[in-house]
Ligand binder design. Structure first.
Ligand code: NAP
Ligand code: MG
Length: 483
């Protein structure tokens, strides 16, 4: 064999970008695309290149009102549609997502910046899985939610759903599938930086002949979201996004009859005990904080390591971090893609500076050359972190990990719970009894043991405390969409 391992390189393996993208997209209201009343459009870009992709309609209050009216009108017919027929629509949507999977994955990667490997293997298949799972529920709801007259439980009504940019298609599926399964109609707003896959989903809804008005997709910025929340004829708001906006939504909905579920931020602990399979745990850390560039609400952004194995874990983590391939998200070899927006990159860099200023040690993956254009952040972790440090307390929403140590299981639990959030946690140990004991004491909606970031449509997802309330997925997720 000639050539050393050190200069061995992957050949680039870029995915083809041959997908249809229109120059301009209207609002999807009452089964058809139409221009916004204001006539205003904004550019959506590829965050990996900063190249504009399309122009997206900006909805104002009048458009939101039309969408809500369409959803209200459709509600009567949709509620009367036999459950087994509703199920067929959901199955068709799921099948169509599968059939158009490559196109959806490419579109998502181009608009969001996340690696094609993730959109192809996770986002899109999981989105289809959510429709499949909920299709199965449609005609079985009365078994899980018995009513006094033995009939199907009633739906809530018109649902306003507002989603973030980190899992654009998947969040749309999480929101729409259970709502439709239960017989609700929907007005959904994707995040302004990532509207393309939601609009492609609207085309799929047309293809499967979903009755007009059952799902309406309103694009625009935070103001369009505010209009949905404030609309008088909406029965329920489901929001996923920042704790700050979630708080303002809770305030504006308080005192009205609107129902509300909030899926907000997190600062989740990932705990490695000395008896864990360390190499396996390192892979879990990689997925917990560097998947999707760390822009994950349930990211394991605080690593708590038992002191006796801290040196080993940190050395192995550094080694593993340096093997991450950062760059073109459309390349199938890429592990870490682009940050979704300039604003998000600025926020992450602000936190990295704060970490350094407060005295923690910054360990970054400096071995790669970053592309000249686009929004890039090197994967990194901080050691020497104190619980009081900003980077140990606040959600960064980027590829930045805070590493801390503990000596006893009690200290691990105390440190894990030392947060205003409570979305997820990871526990790494080879002892089942210990995993159980620790999981019992941790305040978080989802706890993974010897794995991280595993999602399944049948498993409820959601938080405690400042991470929000309400659950999505499984039987608990359906409850939120039934009266
Ligand atoms: P965000 O503002 O909370 O965005 C979430 C969604 O809410 C977007 O569709 C957004 O529209 C919309 N929105 C904004 N203001 C609204 C309002 N007053 N009323 C109704 N809807 C409103 O989050 P962001 O600005 O994109 O990100 C900020 C931080 O939030 C991130 O750094 C991260 O820490 C956190 N975050 C958390 C999650 C999560 O899954 N938990 C997801 C994303 C972000 P626009 O797209 O136009 O803003
Ligand atoms: Mg925003």
């Amino acid at each position: 064999m000639t050539g050393s391992a050190a200069n061995w390189q992957y050949a680039p393996a870029p995915e083809s970008t041959k997908v249809e993208i229109k120059t301009q997209y209207g609002l999807f209201i009452d089964g058809a695309f139409r221009d916004p009343m204001s006539g205003r459009f904004f550019d959506t870009i590829n965050p990996a290149t900063e190249a504009p992709l399309a122009r997206i309609a900006e909805a104002d209050g009048r458009d939101v009102d039309s969408a809500v009216q369409a959803a209200r009108k459709a509600l009567k017919r949709w509620r009367r549609t036999p459950a087994i027929e509703r199920a067929k629509y959901l199955y068709r949507i799921a099948r169509r997502i599968q059939e158009r999977a490559r196109e959806l994955a490419v579109l998502e990667t181009m608009n969001n910046g996340k690696p094609i490997r993730e959109t192809r293997d996770e986002d899109v298949p999981l989105a289809a899985a959510h429709f499949f799972h909920h299709a199965g529920w449609c005609d079985k709801l009365h078994f899980a939610f018995p009513t006094s007259d033995g009939k199907h439980p009633a739906s809530v009504g018109v649902c306003g759903q507002i989603i973030p940019w980190n899992f654009p298609l998947l969040m749309a599926a999480w929101k729409i599938a259970p709502a439709l399964a239960c017989g609700n109609t929907v007005v959904l707003k994707p995040a302004e930086t990532t509207s393309l896959t939601a609009l492609r989903l609207a085309e799929i809804l047309q293809e499967v002949d979903l009755p007009p008005g059952v799902v309406n997709i309103i694009t625009g910025g935070g103001e369009s979201g505010r209009e949905i929340v404030a609309h008088h004829d909406i029965d329920k708001i489901a929001f996923t996004g920042s704790t700050e906006v979630g708080r303002s939504i809770a305030t504006s909905v308080a005192g009205t009859k609107k129902r509300l579920t909030l899926e907000l931020g997190g600062k989740s602990p990932n705990i490695i005990f000395a008896d864990a399979a360390i190499d396996q745990a390192i892979e879990g850390v990689v997925s917990a904080i560097w998947a999707n560039q760390g822009q994950v609400c349930c990211a394991g952004s605080r690593l708590l390591v038992e002191e006796s194995v801290a040196d080993e874990v940190i050395a192995k983590l550094r080694h593993r971090m340096k093997s991450l391939r950062v760059g073109d998200p459309l390349d199938k070899n890429t592990d870490v893609g682009a940050i979704n927006s300039r604003a998000q990159l600025d926020r992450i860099e602000h936190y990295i500076k704060a970490g350094i200023a407060e005295g923690a040690a910054h360990n970054a993956h400096n071995d790669v050359a970053l592309p000249p254009k686009g929004f890039w952040c090197r994967p990194c972790f901080f050691t020497g972190v104190q619980p009081a440090h900003t980077i140990a307390r606040e959600e960064i929403f980027g590829p930045v990990l805070a590493v801390m140590t503990f000596r006893t299981p009690d200290e691990a639990v105390a440190r894990a719970n030392n947060t205003m959030y409570g979305l997820s946690a990871g526990i790494w140990t080879s002892r089942g009894s210990k995993a159980y004991e620790i999981a019992r004491q941790i305040k978080a909606g989802v706890i993974w043991c010897n794995t991280f970031n595993q999602f399944d449509p049948a498993a409820p997802f959601g938080g405690y405390r400042e991470s929000g309330f309400g659950r999505e997925g499984g039987r608990s997720g359906l409850a939120a969409y039934l009266a």
